[in-house]
Design a protein around this ligand. Structure first.
Ligand SMILES: O=C(O)CCC(=O)C(=O)O
Ligand SMILES: [Fe+2]
Length: 386
């Protein structure tokens, strides 16, 4: 590799630990699931998984002892190094890869998304790499990619396959618990089918000031989602309402497999999940998710909630600069999104554990590709092509 001499700003060996000060940096206690046990179809672990995804919607997933887990944990470091090289390219070059065709793939520059309703710009840059393009020969790729990304294509392909398989395994677990046909679910997420699935490489700059807020990735979740433990369901935020009216009566799954090295990810405290997308941020209502070595962070997307008519939960989250000393470092993360295939009609699943829709709750049944695009637009993405 011709990169020996360069200095990258992804330096995980140098990071200080997440601050051990729960008063200043309160952390969320997430359940830890074992991928090895889930792969072995361990009933106790499956029950714990179902419980965690019904309540918080976020878990740590211990990766050790499995082939896919190994590919994810080692691959993530390699992907982050590729990310550091990619983000170091000149802006004119990165700008050649802006999203087109109502897709999310490609480069999102700093400030392309609103962090709140007042239009405060976000501070993170993303490169979204389509799984479909990475697993086919170059001649069959749908988009152009920077040479640097093509150079790492085998890495992105193996990472996508391992993360996709891991997402599907979790889906199997949830399907079993919901009394839904596993194969029916798998059919909507076949790796070779065109879908919005991608590896997202993110980079957020070091913290500029001690004061909040500096939003790297704004608070996001999921249209029409509500925490089923709150009663009655909170009103839908305005962006959600538009989607609810114009889109689906149900949904399909979305599972996120996330690797990060520094703090910065936060989830809403249990009591405050009702707040909508792009609402002003309320201090004191966020809990930090401390990164754990050897673990991925897995969360469900909005689609999983709609798909199950509210049985499963997707937690609201955001990214801000890393806490304390960690804030001096640029922050990288590697995210894999498993999404339903583009042409999947968004419908509520049929299963013993999924409540049926009430009369009049239906929608016009858009397909996944359109639904994802509308979601992203609803979250204030100004950079997406029409
Ligand atoms: O960077 C992280 O830790 C989380 C990123 C995230 O939530 C996203 O890209 O959707
Ligand atoms: Fe996210």
């Amino acid at each position: 590799m011709p990169h020996k001499e360069e200095t990258l700003d992804f330096t995980p060996d140098k990071y200080p630990p997440f601050p051990n000060d729960n008063a200043e940096f309160p952390v969320v206690q997430l359940q830890t699931l074992s991928l090895k046990k889930l792969e072995a179809n361990d009933e106790t672990e499956k029950a714990r998984a179902f419980d965690a995804f019904k309540t918080r919607g976020f878990v740590y997933l211990e990766l050790a002892g499995t082939e896919n887990g190994g590919i994810i944990s080692q691959g993530a470091d390699e992907v982050a190094r590729a990310a550091a090289r990619t983000f170091a390219l000149p802006m004119e070059e990165k700008a050649l890869y802006k999203p087109v065709n109502r897709e999310l793939f490609g480069y999102k520059m700093v400030g392309a998304t609103n962090a709140d309703k007042a239009g405060t710009p976000d501070t993170a840059e993303f490169f979204n790499i389509s799984k479909n393009d990475m697993i086919v020969p170059d001649a069959q790729m749908a988009r152009k990619w920077p040479p640097l990304i093509l150079e790492h294509k085998p890495l992105f392909a193996s990472y996508s396959r391992a993360a996709h398989a891991t997402g599907l395994l979790i889906m199997d677990v949830l399907a079993d618990k919901l009394g839904v046909d596993r194969e029916d679910m798998r059919r909507r997420h076949r790796i070779g089918d065109l879908a919005g699935d991608h590896i997202r490489m993110t980079r957020g700059p070091p913290r500029k000031t001690v004061e909040m807020p500096e939003i790297q990735t704004p608070s996001h979740t999921d249209f029409g989602t509500y925490d089923h433990t709150t009663s009655p369901p909170p009103p839908l935020p305005s962006a959600s309402r538009i989607l609810r009216e114009s889109s689906a009566d149900g949904a399909a799954f979305r599972i996120t497999v996330l690797m990060n090295w520094l703090g910065g990810l936060q989830v809403w405290s249990q009591s405050s999940r009702a707040v909508g997308a792009l609402e002003p941020d309320v201090p004191g209502e966020w809990l930090w998710v401390a990164p754990r070595r050897g673990c991925a962070i897995v969360n469900l997307g909005d689609a999983a909630v709609k798909f199950t008519n509210g049985v499963l939960c997707s937690g609201r989250h955001r990214v801000i600069p890393s806490p304390g000393e960690q804030g001096q470092w640029p922050r990288y993360s590697v995210v894999y999104f498993v999404r339903p295939a583009d042409e999947t009609k968004m419908e509520v699943l049929k299963g013993a554990g999924v409540p049926a829709l009430e009369e009049g709750q239906g929608g016009e049944g858009v397909v996944a590709k359109e639904w994802i695009y509308r979601q992203a637009m609803g979250l204030g993405s100004k950079h997406l092509g029409q």
